[in-house]
Ligand binder design. Structure first.
Ligand SMILES: *[C@@H]1O[C@H](CO)[C@@H](O)[C@H](O)[C@H]1NC(C)=O
Ligand SMILES: *[C@@H]1O[C@H](CO)[C@@H](O)[C@H](O)[C@H]1NC(C)=O
Ligand SMILES: *[C@@H]1O[C@H](CO)[C@@H](O)[C@H](O)[C@H]1NC(C)=O
Ligand SMILES: *[C@@H]1O[C@H](CO)[C@@H](O)[C@H](O)[C@H]1NC(C)=O
Ligand SMILES: *[C@@H]1O[C@H](CO)[C@@H](O)[C@H](O)[C@H]1NC(C)=O
Ligand SMILES: *[C@@H]1O[C@H](CO)[C@@H](O)[C@H](O)[C@H]1NC(C)=O
Ligand SMILES: *[C@@H]1O[C@H](CO)[C@@H](O)[C@H](O)[C@H]1NC(C)=O
Length: 647
């Protein structure tokens, strides 16, 4: 199967890419007998199509209500095969998870190996439960053993959470200190009372934006394991104390407001950008930076930006007014909750940069396809529509949205740009150095997680700030490329056009057109009015202007992506095979994209999508061409909208 996948990839680029490397690898694969048999029918391709066919319901006519037809058996399919079937809109993510969990054990770079170990330990931690063996250690027990700064107080902490009489009787004030605990945790990437983060030689201090503050009952139930066997009142008292504290810090209690306003009148109000350090905050910063082991010079040079000072001061006023014991309980409670880490896959998202640097080194991808081929293939997908539009749209429009101005070039070289990004952002030498010798301990998931978070935090202090969601930055671009690669390993090509290809068009804003939108608005309103009756209400119901905007944009993006798919098919030597395979399932390349897109929306707000998707589809000449609806059918209105759009 690998051979086949590889061939599909190579065939995809052979016409477009003249590079010797690619041709050589093509030659290599072509000698493979599997490929010469001309079978492109991979298992994945087959199961995808099988699922698509299963989800649609042929007793519902596509020309009556396409959405209902395409999703008609969705629920039954889910019931029959809950493991096999996944809501289609999640499958791209599922593909990445599958690939990650299959390959994580084979990671070869030092950063990749850290992720590998962490993931294995995370999974192992769960297995105790799976096999019904009572876990040898509780979650909390593990934390006390694995995290060094907790282990130091293991004896005392085993009776956490603390009531006042315990705290006093055992003189815990001298032993346990919430400032130390919270600052230590924060230095290990687990903020509880204050958020401190870095960009290149810059320190930001901000209040906790979403300080967790569940109801008393939720607090109680989260404590039920550690308070097993204690009197009911104990858990109520402790939960109530924490609840009052967190509400106070969030400024939800009037008591607190009057406290702060009193303070404001007696002392001069702090200037907005100036953080007044009280003893607590000074201690906190000292411990925090000591735990991160920054040098004195580093700290002195760094620019410091306190944000929302008033909110910080208000919250820390509350801390000062609260018994240290209660704050300690609350900080520990947060740590315990945050470290539950129920979904081990999250490791790959939390440490995405390390993961992507592993992927970029290509060790685990080599057996599927070479990096050159992947780059060439991606280049085709992204520049393909760039090229076509370039003559018609101003360069600014296009480049401005996907490329930083600095990389504007006459000929875009996606591969080269990606290489440059990777050399910088996924610089393996730098990551080797930063993440080498972290001192991971075997079988210590939580301890190692905190070690890695601390390293990440330290790294952020010496790296330029990266907004991972910024389309102009390398992190985003590289992520898109790698997602593209993984998607293509798992899905037939039409899925690319139905998901990422479509998304690319939708996000590009290239297709926004105010005039077109207004005429669509008029036309769609008229269409609702003309065709509305009790039976067709779900499809022809009146639409809000936002909905019309959506439909208009969807319509144009879908058409563009549809054309891309067909353009790709035309260029491929194996297009005939795609047609044959699809025919076997009663589908064809004209119809497949309509299903692939519609089925991503199954079971999600039917009343909204039934109207929006159908109205988009019914007005497309491509839809009529594919489904050949008779004239009196709801999906074939006598007058269509949006067909005369200028490009
Ligand atoms: C298909 O739709 C029809 C009409 O709604 C319904 O009666 C039938 O149960 C559906 N088929 C399956 C297999 O669920
Ligand atoms: C802290 O940094 C110094 C030099 O900057 C280094 O010698 C020392 O080993 C570091 N300590 C720890 C615990 O990382
Ligand atoms: C670009 O413009 C040409 C004529 O100027 C037109 O024929 C073509 O369809 C347009 N292409 C696109 C993709 O807009
Ligand atoms: C990306 O860069 C372009 C020009 O350099 C800018 O106009 C655009 O707003 C940027 N996009 C984002 C999301 O920052
Ligand atoms: C990173 O570390 C690994 C193993 O220590 C080594 O094989 C590799 O050459 C290093 N890479 C770079 C670029 O330093
Ligand atoms: C990669 O990191 C190393 C070590 O930090 C540095 O010397 C080198 O210049 C970096 N390379 C690039 C392309 O940024
Ligand atoms: C940790 O485990 C690895 C692999 O299981 C093993 O090679 C290594 O020696 C262990 N290290 C220690 C310190 O036990």
């Amino acid at each position: 199967m690998r051979g086949i996948l590889q061939f599909v990839f190579l065939a995809k680029v052979i016409h477009i890419v003249g590079s010797h490397n690619v041709r050589e690898s093509v030659a290599e694969v072509e000698s493979d007998s599997e490929v010469e048999s001309g079978q492109f029918f991979s298992h994945l391709y087959k199961s995808n199509l099988q699922q698509m066919v299963k989800i649609k319901n042929d007793s519902l006519d596509p020309c009556d209500d396409f959405y209902a037809h395409a999703c008609g058996n969705f629920e039954q399919t889910m019931e029959e095969d809950p493991d096999e079937t996944l809501p289609p809109y999640l499958y791209n993510k599922q593909d990445r998870m599958t690939f990650f969990s299959a390959q994580v054990g084979n990671f070869e770079t030092p950063p990749g190996k850290l992720i590998s170990q962490l993931y294995a330990e995370c999974r192992k931690r769960g297995e105790n439960h799976v096999f019904g063996v009572s876990p040898s250690r509780s979650h909390y027990g593990r934390l006390l053993e694995e995290i060094p700064f907790l282990a130091a107080h293991k004896e005392v902490l085993s009776s956490w959470p603390f009531l006042r009489h315990q705290w006093e009787r055992r003189h815990l004030n001298g032993q346990l200190n919430w400032i130390v605990l919270s600052a230590q945790l924060a230095a290990h990437g687990l903020p509880t009372l204050l958020r401190i983060y870095f960009a290149l030689e810059t320190i930001y201090v901000s209040p906790m934006e979403d300080l967790p503050c569940p109801s008393v009952d939720e607090f109680k139930s989260s404590l039920s394991d550690v308070l097993k066997g204690r009197h009911r009142q104990v858990s109520h008292i402790i939960a109530h104390e924490m609840r009052v504290l967190c509400r106070g810090m969030r400024g939800e209690l009037s008591l607190v407001r009057s406290l702060t306003s009193n303070r404001g009148t007696t002392t001069s109000k702090p200037r907005q950008e100036q953080l007044l350090l009280d003893e607590n905050t000074i201690d906190y910063f000292q411990i925090f930076f000591a735990a991160l082991n920054f040098s004195k010079e580093q700290l002195e040079i760094a620019r410091k930006f306190p944000l929302d000072v008033e909110k910080i001061s208000q919250a820390w006023d509350v801390l000062r007014q609260t018994e240290p014991r209660i704050v300690y309980n609350y900080v520990m409670w947060q740590a315990r909750e945050q470290l539950r880490y129920p979904d081990c896959y999250k490791i790959s998202e939390e440490f995405e940069r390390l993961l992507h640097s592993e992927y970029w080194q290509w060790h685990v991808l080599n057996s599927h396809l070479s990096r050159e081929v992947a780059l060439a293939s991606y280049q085709l997908h992204t520049t393909r529509f760039q090229k076509l539009r370039r003559s018609n749209l101003s360069r600014r429009d296009w480049f401005g949205h996907l490329w930083p101005a600095s990389v504007e070039k006459k000929e875009l070289q996606v591969a080269r740009i990606l290489q440059a990004h990777a050399q910088n952002y996924l610089n393996i030498t730098e990551l080797n150095e930063t993440y080498g010798n972290l001192g991971f301990v075997n079988n210590s998931f939580h301890g190692n997680l905190l070690i890695l978070r601390r390293a990440q935090l330290r790294h952020s202090f010496v790296s330029p700030y990266v907004d991972e969601e910024d389309v102009n930055q390398s992190a985003y671009f590289l992520r898109h490329f790698l997602h593209f690669v993984l998607l293509s390993l798992h899905r037939p090509t039409y899925h690319y056009y139905a998901t990422q290809g479509l998304e690319l068009w939708r996000q590009s804003r290239l297709l926004l057109d105010t005039d077109g939108r207004y005429s669509a608005m008029d036309c769609l309103e008229k269409q609702s009015f003309q065709n509305y009756n009790a039976e067709s209400a779900p499809i022809y119901r009146p639409l809000s202007s936002e909905e019309i905007g959506e439909i208009f944009h969807f319509y144009r993006s879908f058409q563009a992506s549809y054309r891309d798919y067909h353009f790709w098919l035309q260029g491929e030597r194996f297009a005939f095979a795609e047609t044959l395979v699809l025919q076997f399932f009663g589908l064809d390349p004209q119809k497949v994209p309509f299903y692939a897109v519609a089925q991503q929306l199954c079971n999600r707000q039917t009343e909204i999508f039934a109207a929006q998707l159908n109205r988009g589809y019914m007005n497309m000449p491509e839809f009529q061409n594919a489904f050949k609806c008779r004239t009196e059918k709801p999906m074939n209105p006598s007058s269509r909208c949006m067909i005369n759009m200028c490009e």
